[in-house]
Design a protein around this ligand. Structure first.
Ligand SMILES: Nc1ncnc2c1ncn2[C@@H]1O[C@H](COP(=O)(O)OP(=O)(O)OP(=O)(O)O)[C@@H](O)[C@H]1O
Length: 459
C-alpha cells in the first residue's frame, strides 16, 4: 500500500471518527509497511499504540480491506527515536511531532507541559450511562468534578477491565476544565507518571519534577496498579501524594482492583489510598449493557441516519456479550461497518454472521461454585449450609434449587454435581432437580426464585 493510499484512507477515517479523535489518534500514525497481511504503523508511544489498537483497529482494518488491501491485522511499533514526551491535549493540535523532552520544564506555560495525557472527547458524563453497578462511582465522580471543597481525598475508582474507569476519569477532567478553568488539573496514567519520573532522574531534573507535580490542584492517576513492584516510582508517588494531600489538593486514582488487593503495592501506599473514598465499578448487568448499546446507537444515528436495527438485536447483544463494555462497543462498531459495507439491515442473521467469533468467545461458562454462592446469598444462608449435610427445610430447599440450576446452566453430569454438593449421590441430585421442576409448576414463589437466580447468573 502506498503512502498516498493511506492518506486517502485517513480522510475516510476522519469522517467516521470526527476531527478530535482523528487529530489525537489517527493523524500521528505513520504507515510503514504491509508485511504478510500485517499493516505496520509507527506510533510515538506505547500508550498511543495500545489505545488505537483497542479502540480503532476494527475500523482501520475495515477501511483497509474495503479499499482492496488484504490486511488481517495491525501492528503498532514505537518509533525508535521517539522521545518520551508530554502528550498533547485532545483539543490542541500539535505543532510539531518531535517535541523535545525538555519541554516538560521549558514550556512557556508549565501546566501546558503537564497536560500529560490526551482526554478523549467521547468520555464525558453525558455519554456515561448510569446503572446499578456504577451508580456510586458515578455519583462520587460527579461530586469531585464540581470542584468544590475537598471532602474525600483521594477518590479511588476501581473495577475490572473495560468497566468505565478511564471514561469516568476523563469525564471528571472535562467537567473540571469547564467549571473551574482556574484549577490546574493533571490527568495521566501511572505508566506516564513513571516515565516522567525516570526521565527526570536521567536528566537530573528531580527538582523540576517535584515542583511541577506539587503545583497541580487536581491530580488524576489512571491504572495505579502499574506502579506496583516499581519501588522508586512508588516512593516518589507516595511523596507526591502526601505533599498534595497536605495542601488539601484533590487526588483521584483508578485501579483494576481494590487498593488492598494490589499485589506488590507498598503497604504505606495502600493505606494512603484507603484513606479516602474507595468505590468500585461492578460488572455490568443486562440493563446497563442494553442502556449503553442504545446510547451508542443513538450516537451513530447522528452520522448514519439510514441505520436500521431489527427488534431484538440489541437485547441479544446485551444478553450474550457480558464480558466488558469495550468488547460490547467493539462488536457494535463492527456490526455497523459490516452492515454499511453490505448495505443490509442489521438483523439477527447478520449479527450472528458478523460477530460469530465475539459471540463464541464471550459464551460465559457458569460454574457450580458460582451457582452455590449466588443461591446462598439469595436465601441468606451460608455457603457451607448449601454444601453440608444439614437436612432442615431452610437449607434443603435452597440446595435443591442450586442443584436444579447446576443441571440447567452447566454441562456437569449428575454425579459431578453430587460430588460438588458435599459428595452426595447422583440420585439425590436427580431427586432435587425433579422436586424443583414440580414445585415450579405449583409454587409461584419457587418459580420466581429460580427465575431471578437464573437471570442473575446469566447477567
Ligand atoms: N457506563 C458506561 N457508559 C458508556 N460507556 C461506557 C460505560 N462504561 C464503559 N464504557 C465504555 O467502554 C469502553 C471502556 O471503558 P474504559 O476505557 O473507561 O474502561 P476501564 O475501566 O478504564 O478499562 P481498563 O481497565 O481496560 O483501562 C470505553 O469506550 C467507555 O466509553
Amino acid at each position: 500500500m502506498t503512502q498516498e493510499k493511506w492518506g486517502q484512507l485517513c480522510q475516510k477515517l476522519l469522517k467516521t471518527v470526527g476531527q478530535n479523535n482523528y487529530t489525537t489518534w489517527i493523524e500521528p500514525l505513520e504507515f510503514k509497511a504491509l508485511e504478510d497481511g500485517v499493516a505496520v504503523f509507527s506510533v510515538p508511544t506505547n500508550f498511543m499504540g495500545n489505545y488505537v489498537s483497542q479502540n480503532f483497529s476494527d475500523l482501520i482494518l475495515y477501511e483497509l480491506n474495503n479499499s482492496g488491501e488484504a490486511v488481517q491485522r495491525l501492528a503498532f511499533r514505537v518509533a525508535a527515536n521517539s522521545p518520551v514526551r508530554p502528550m498533547r491535549s485532545a483539543t490542541a493540535r500539535p505543532a510539531n511531532h518531535e517535541v523535545p523532552s525538555a519541554r516538560v520544564t521549558e514550556a512557556a506555560d508549565p501546566m501546558d507541559a503537564l497536560q500529560a495525557a490526551p482526554l478523549d472527547p467521547r468520555f464525558t458524563f453525558d455519554s456515561f450511562v448510569v446503572g446499578k453497578p456504577n451508580e456510586l462511582a458515578h455519583a462520587a465522580a460527579r461530586r469531585v468534578s464540581e470542584g468544590g471543597p475537598v471532602t474525600f481525598n483521594p477518590l479511588v475508582l476501581y473495577g475490572g477491565v473495560g468497566l468505565g474507569k478511564t471514561h469516568l476519569m476523563h469525564a471528571i477532567a472535562w467537567e473540571l476544565k469547564a467549571r473551574r478553568p482556574d484549577l490546574n488539573v493533571l490527568y495521566l496514567s501511572a505508566e506516564q507518571f513513571m516515565y516522567r519520573f525516570v526521565q527526570a532522574l536521567r536528566e537530573r531534573r528531580m527538582m523540576d519534577f517535584k515542583h511541577l507535580f506539587r503545583s497541580v490542584d487536581v491530580l488524576m492517576v489512571d491504572d495505579v496498579q502499574f506502579i506496583a513492584g516499581k519501588d522508586s516510582t512508588q516512593e516518589e508517588f507516595f511523596h507526591t501524594f502526601n505533599a498534595l494531600v497536605d495542601q488539601n489538593k484533590q487526588i483521584i486514582i483508578s485501579a483494576d482492583r481494590a487498593p488492598g488487593e494490589i499485589k506488590d503495592l507498598e503497604d504505606r501506599v495502600k493505606s494512603r489510598l484507603q484513606c479516602g473514598l474507595v468505590v468500585d465499578l461492578h460488572p455490568t448487568d443486562y440493563e446497563l449493557r442494553l442502556g449503553i448499546l442504545q446510547t451508542k446507537v443513538q450516537m451513530y444515528r447522528a452520522n448514519y441516519p439510514e441505520l436500521v436495527i431489527a427488534d431484538g438485536v440489541l437485547e441479544f447483544l446485551a444478553h450474550r456479550i457480558s464480558t466488558n463494555v469495550r468488547v460490547l462497543e467493539g462488536a457494535l462498531t463492527r456490526l455497523f461497518a459490516f452492515a454499511s459495507l453490505v448495505g443490509r439491515e442489521i438483523d439477527m442473521e447478520l449479527t450472528q454472521d458478523c460477530l460469530a467469533d465475539v459471540l463464541r468467545a464471550s459464551e460465559r461458562k457458569i460454574t457450580v461454585e458460582e451457582i452455590q454462592r449466588k443461591v446462598s446469598d439469595y436465601y441468606n444462608i451460608r455457603l457451607s449450609d448449601i454444601i453440608g449435610p444439614k437436612r432442615l427445610r431452610s437449607y434443603a430447599r435452597p440446595r435443591q434449587v442450586a442443584m436444579y440450576l447446576c443441571k440447567q446452566l452447566t454441562s456437569r453430569s449428575l454425579p459431578e454435581i453430587g460430588r460438588r454438593f458435599g459428595g452426595r449421590d447422583h440420585t439425590t441430585v436427580m431427586h432435587g432437580v425433579k422436586r424443583i421442576e414440580e414445585l415450579k409448576m405449583v409454587d409461584g414463589q419457587i418459580a420466581e426464585d429460580v427465575e431471578m437466580l437464573r437471570r442473575a447468573l446469566e447477567a
